[in-house]
Ligand binder design. Structure first.
Ligand code: SF4
Length: 411
């Protein structure tokens, strides 16, 4: 169980190397954290691999493929010193775009392989980030999600401007708002330790920042949080949520949590259940713990039996689903601003979109009159676990036809 991702990789490579035996021009590449971490082993075990590419250098892929095709050395790991790649993101939507603003992580959560694979936090230069967002706004994108392992740590390595203004995450949100206050701005994932009153004030006061906070919790028990080395207590987490809820009306709060981490007792798990009842998250992404290579906890006894992890996970999911449904039911009758994303998968005769709080809404409309990118208001008539069904009450603004479509940014 422990080595499943590695087994999967070598089993896939075993298949692909057979193809290369039949077609010597085939270029084989391994990209991502595992390529970074297992580089020497991969080279030894599968010498047919042409390209090994670290996670920060995915944008170098085209040039490395060309090099491999011409028989040159194509290893991308030594490019890891490129701290802030220009634009590594593929745009898979014409209305929503992801923008990396910070890479790596300075924390050392004991279950997480990110710090060893991606190194310490490095912020992208602000001019570069803002240029990219200006360009996306000009192209007609309506929603930007800022990305980073600790996204709200942005700027702590950048110092100050000449007038002594600190280049921090709050400052970046303000600058983005000045570019286009009608953009919807989201961010993931922030860390509780990088929240301060100024950031909360800025989120509350900045029109473009959506009323949705995804704040990973991981455990609702202080002893378990210490073993995870999350560096905050449940009290600190509780205060962040209370501050946000006090300042940002109707904010939705979502989280991540892990059940069955090393040493998690029944009492610790019950504390997590209780914390979930207290905070009442809108949604949660919940996982049973499994050890990862290159983490501190990998060497610790994985001592919660799988059946217990699963049983705790099922109980937590059940609790969260009840809370999510109840919270959505309490919002029936309200009208939400919805950004149309396209036809509904659940009901193809209808359209779907998301509220600013990131809840899914399905409503009768047609892609001809209300294509993706249109902003509408929808009254929520029926609540579900995943969101609402309702009736459109008005069109707020028409879709801006993107002047250039997808994948413009790919190298
Ligand atoms: S869980 Fe998040 S904060 Fe912790 S080490 Fe991993 S990336 Fe960093």
């Amino acid at each position: 169980m422990r080595e499943r991702p590695e087994h999967k990789l070598y089993s896939e490579l075993g298949q692909i190397r057979l193809l290369k035996a039949r077609n010597p021009d085939l270029v084989i590449g391994v990209a991502g954290c595992m390529a970074q971490r297992e580089a020497q082993t991969i080279r030894n075990r599968v010498p047919e691999v042409d390209i090994l590419l670290g996670p920060r250098n995915l944008h170098h892929l085209p040039i490395l493929v060309r090099r491999a095709q011409s028989g040159q050395e194509s290893d991308g790991l030594d490019l890891e010193c490129d701290p802030t790649p220009a634009t590594p993101m593929r745009r898979s939507s014409a209305i929503s775009a992801y923008v990396n603003i910070i890479f790596g992580c300075n924390f050392k959560c004991t279950y997480c392989a990110v710090p060893s694979a991606r190194g310490p936090e490095v912020s992208r230069r602000p001019g570069e980030v803002l240029d990219e967002i200006r360009q996306l706004s000009d192209l007609g994108y309506r929603e930007i999600t800022l990305l980073g392992q600790t996204v709200n740590a942005y700027g702590h390595d950048l110092g100050r401007l000449e007038d002594a203004t600190r280049l921090d995450f709050a400052w970046l949100l303000e600058q983005i708002n000045e570019i286009n206050p009608t953009l919807r701005v989201r961010f993931t994932s922030p860390h509780p330790m990088y929240f301060n009153p100024r950031l909360v004030e800025t989120i509350a006061a900045t029109e473009s920042v959506c009323e949705h906070l995804h704040l990973p919790l991981q455990s609702g028990d202080d002893a378990c949080l210490r073993r995870m080395n999350r560096t905050y207590t449940t009290e600190k987490y509780r205060r962040v949520i209370a501050d946000i809820r006090a300042k940002v009306a109707d904010v939705a709060v979502t989280t991540d949590a892990i059940t069955g981490f090393c040493g998690e007792t029944d009492a610790e798990f019950e504390n997590t259940m209780e914390f979930f009842r207290e905070i009442e998250f809108d949604q949660a992404y919940l996982f049973a713990y499994s050890p990862r290579h290159s983490t501190q906890a990998f060497d610790w006894p994985d001592d919660v039996p799988l059946a217990t992890k699963k049983e705790r996970l099922a109980r937590l999911i059940d609790l969260q689903q009840t809370i999510s449904r109840d919270k959505n039911r309490r919002q029936v009758g309200q009208t939400f601003e919805v950004l149309v994303e396209g036809r509904s998968d659940k009901d193809p005769d209808k359209m779907m979109g998301r509220t600013r709080a990131n809840k899914l809404v399905i409503f009768p409309a047609s892609p001809t009159t209300h294509p993706a990118g249109t902003l509408v208001e929808v009254r929520a008539d029926e609540a579900f676990l995943w969101g609402f069904k309702g009736e459109m009450t008005r069109t707020v603004s028409d879709a801006t036809a993107p002047r250039v479509l997808l994948d413009l940014q790919m190298v």
